[in-house]
Design a protein around this ligand. Structure first.
Ligand code: ATP
Ligand code: MG
Length: 429
């Protein structure tokens, strides 16, 4: 017997019960983004590999070890499944000259791919909502992004998600801090782990982002970037904080928040919960003023963030917020040739009136069909046998009311009766 095939490790099927909930979640996301003036952009899942090397940085976890890269066997082109969305979004903005005349607020929702060790909240295929504002320099847009994420947690009924904030300053300021950091770590080189030693001269800032508990103390006492920021960077940071204080959004400044991608400057932030174990960051982002220029566009400031959908869905489900799957209004039960033909007409006619209908398919006795009607959660069964078909009638049976009477109606009168009763039962609730 041949072995059954399985999905790739770390890549999940999202089955209907869950996928229905994902759709509701995405509906909430879309209307939330619309309320802040963000517009959708749809981007390829595959991009040229050099895009990510240039955008994310060669010495980052993502580029060093997490990318699904391959050579297109037909033309030899190096390609990569996108590990994040910002690089592709900026590529598209440059390619189509989108910010030549006005800044843009953009978003996308979709799959990302990283070759990580799969565990709760960490997968090899996962989904992000990405939000990018391009062409805005001031701290107002950074602050608005944070305010809008705070509103989303409220819209989703989530609490206990805490905001951490930092400023990475500008490249010159980081260079000075970097030099100080290198001397500090050189003095304590014997305490560094393998990753740390490797990063010491390539990307010492990333040592601060280590997940190794043995390095926590060493990192806590390291020179802090904030002490190297000039007046302009500090004013930008203060600008963000002022809006947050005005809006009453609490935050913690975390000087060790550096983010795993090289393109950030000034504001960086993360929203973190302690309810998801080690994978507690549900949303992360910041400013990336250098990226448009770095990818060959006319330099333009920008800011963005991404949310992990799997982690948010897990949080909502843990909070008991996953709603029951929506049930149809009507389940159509039918038996016999003439009845089946009429059943199709009735089902389409009801749908014309905005009623949701599950038409029984696959035959079977009235009794077994009625069981399915019950199990579907439908409010009504519409029952058609050949007797009813002969007179152009159907039985309307309320399924959710104890002892409610079954009515025999002309098929043309069904929609009105159903809509009337659906409204009545809504009013009673
Ligand atoms: P982490 O520190 O958890 O590895 P990251 O800094 O690599 O996260 P980002 O690149 O900032 O993550 O991505 C933004 C968000 O996408 C994260 O905050 C998280 O919610 C989600 N995310 C990132 N990687 C994964 C993954 N492998 N599986 C599921 N969600 C992920
Ligand atoms: Mg990561």
């Amino acid at each position: 017997m041949s072995q059954t095939l399985q999905a790739v490790r770390g890549m999940n099927d999202i089955l209907p019960d869950e996928a229905e909930f994902w759709e509701l979640f995405e509906d909430t996301i879309r209307s939330w983004l619309k309320a802040y003036g963000y517009r959708p952009i749809r981007l390829p899942i595959v991009e040229p590999t050099p895009l990510f090397k240039r955008a994310i940085g060669e010495v980052t976890d993502i580029v060093e070890k997490e990318m699904y890269s391959f050579i297109d066997s037909l033309n030899g082109e190096p390609l990569t499944l996108r590990p994040e969305g910002t690089a592709g979004c900026v590529r598209a903005v440059i390619q189509h000259n989108l910010i030549a005349r006005q800044p843009q607020r953009l978003y996308y929702i979709g799959q990302m791919y990283r070759h990580e060790r799969p565990q709760k909240g960490r997968y090899r295929q996962f989904h992000q909502v990405g939000v990018e504002a391009l062409g805005y320099a001031g701290p107002d847009i950074d602050a608005e992004m944070i305010l809008m994420s705070a509103r989303l947690w409220a819209d989703l009924g989530l609490d206990g998600i805490e905001l951490q904030l930092n400023s990475l300053g500008q490249p010159e300021e980081r260079a000075q801090h970097r030099a100080a950091l290198i001397s500090y770590f050189e003095e304590h080189a014997e305490l560094l782990d393998e990753d740390g030693k490797r990063r010491l001269y390539t990307n010492p800032l990333r040592i601060l982002d280590t997940k190794n508990p043995a390095l926590q103390e060493l990192c806590a006492a390291a020179p802090k970037l904030i002490d190297y920021l000039g007046a302009e960077s500090l004013a930008h940071f203060e600008g963000v904080q002022r809006v947050l204080r005005d809006a009453g959004v609490p935050f913690t400044i975390n000087p060790r928040l550096v983010r795993g991608l090289d393109y950030y400057n000034l504001t960086v932030f993360e929203w973190v919960t302690d309810r998801l174990g080690a994978q507690g960051t549900v949303c992360a982002g910041g400013r990336y003023d250098g990226l448009v220029g770095q990818l060959g566009g006319k330099p333009a400031p920008a800011c963005g963030f991404a949310m992990g959908i799997e982690r948010l869905i897990a949080l909502i489900s843990d909070a008991g917020g996953a709603p029951a799957a929506p049930a149809p209004d009507v389940y159509v039960v039918h038996q016999g040739d003439a009845a089946s033909r009429l059943a199709f007409r009735v089902a389409e006619g009801l749908r014309d009136q905005g009623i949701s209908v599950l038409l029984h398919c696959g035959g079977g006795s009235f009794k077994s069909q009625m069981k399915k009607a019950d199990g579907s959660g439908a409010t009504f069964a519409v029952i058609i046998g050949d007797d009813e078909a002969a007179t152009g009638e159907a039985q309307l049976k309320p399924l959710r009311e104890e002892g409610a009477a079954q009515l025999k109606l002309k098929v043309d009168d069904l929609a009105e009766a159903i809509i009337g009763q659906l409204i009545d039962s809504d009013e009673e609730e």
